[in-house]
Design a protein around this ligand. Structure first.
Ligand SMILES: [Zn+2]
Length: 323
């Protein structure tokens, strides 16, 4: 029986045909490493582990790559709060990520690229975009010229006119960015250095990469210009995945991924479980309680607390605060 996949790009189920017979190149957007993973992360990576294992069971030779975002405002904030460094915070939560995922019996990826280890590839990609007229330098930053890419919006279905500025990070950063952009829809590929923050040398001055370009560069470095399956959470469809497509496809003139797959969320009272909403339960808290990462050994009728999940005091406190 042929394998069919739901492809977000075409919005249809279609037979799966890998680029190379018998082989699958798969990339999944990983976590930003500034805290413990919660149940929402568990769900996401169990989904992709299942897809990967199923492909392996079907006989495919699967190469699975998942990144760590190890430079981000949230990591820098955590480093400041704890009197630590970005590197130390990232290193610690990468270790904690593996502890949790191992307990859930999730297969390790073939490769875990990190944004800070991909700076050369990122700079190369930005230069290519600049040379092809898709990017422009402005005040130490470099921006992607969204209106230049005719296919923009093909994954998310959004029209340029409906979009608000996709600025990420701190509010003051967004305001400064807005003054440097040629158009509200443009997004940062390279951000000029701020005092006290990690920065790398470049022809645009000292700075650091934007989030979206990191994944485009890591996909290319680890798997090549076109891959079979790109996956991630459905909240990443826009702007993250849309921007990845714009960057990679403008640079190479080739399709970034032939199949785009997204996992849905764990919701709490209709809202996405997330760190920013403080409505989360960590994997650690769950597995320290009555639950095991191994489905077979869980009690048949676990005692129900609110939301159907047993919570430890720490999670319960967070939960109550959120409610
Ligand atoms: Zn990504």
């Amino acid at each position: 029986m042929p394998l069919t996949l739901y492809n977000r790009l075409t919005r249809r189920e279609s037979p799966f045909e890998p680029l190379e017979p018998g082989k699958v190149r798969m990339y999944c957007c990983g976590v930003t490493v500034y805290d413990y993973c919660h149940v929402g992360h568990a769900r996401a990576y169990i989904v992709w582990d299942m897809v990967r294992r199923y492909l392996m069971w079907r006989g495919y030779d699967v190469r699975y790559v998942q990144n760590f975002t190890d430079i981000d405002d949230k990591i820098l904030d955590r480093a400041r709060e704890t009197n630590s460094t970005m590197e130390a915070v990232a290193e610690r939560f990468i270790d904690e990520y593996f502890v949790d995922m191992d307990k859930l019996n999730i297969l390790r990826a073939d490769e875990y690229p990190r944004a800070t280890h991909t700076i050369d590839g990122i700079k190369r990609l930005i230069h290519e975009l600049e040379n092809k007229g898709y990017a422009y330098a402005s005040g130490g930053d470099v921006y992607y010229n969204v209106r230049q890419f005719a296919d923009y919006g093909k994954l998310s279905g959004r029209k340029l006119e409906e979009m608000q500025a996709g600025a990420s990070g701190r509010l003051e950063t967004a305001e400064i960015e807005a003054q440097k952009k040629q158009d509200y829809s443009d997004f940062a590929l390279w951000k000029s250095a701020k005092p006290g923050e990690p920065a790398w040398d470049s022809s645009w001055g000292k700075g650091r990469p934007g989030w979206h370009i990191e994944c485009s560069a890591m996909v290319r470095d680890c798997l090549g210009e076109t891959i079979d399956i790109h996956c991630g959470g459905s909240d990443l469809t826009f702007p993250h995945h849309e921007n990845e497509i714009a960057q990679s496809e403008a640079a190479t003139g080739k399709s970034l991924a032939n199949y785009w797959m997204h996992n849905a969320f764990v919701t709490v009272n209709g809202k996405k479980m997330s760190k920013s909403l403080h409505n989360f339960i960590t994997i650690r808290d769950l597995l320290d309680g009555n639950w095991s990462g191994d489905l077979e050994s869980n009690p048949p009728s676990p005692p129900l607390v609110r939301g159907g999940v047993r919570m430890k005091a720490r999670s319960q406190k967070r939960w109550n605060r959120w409610r």
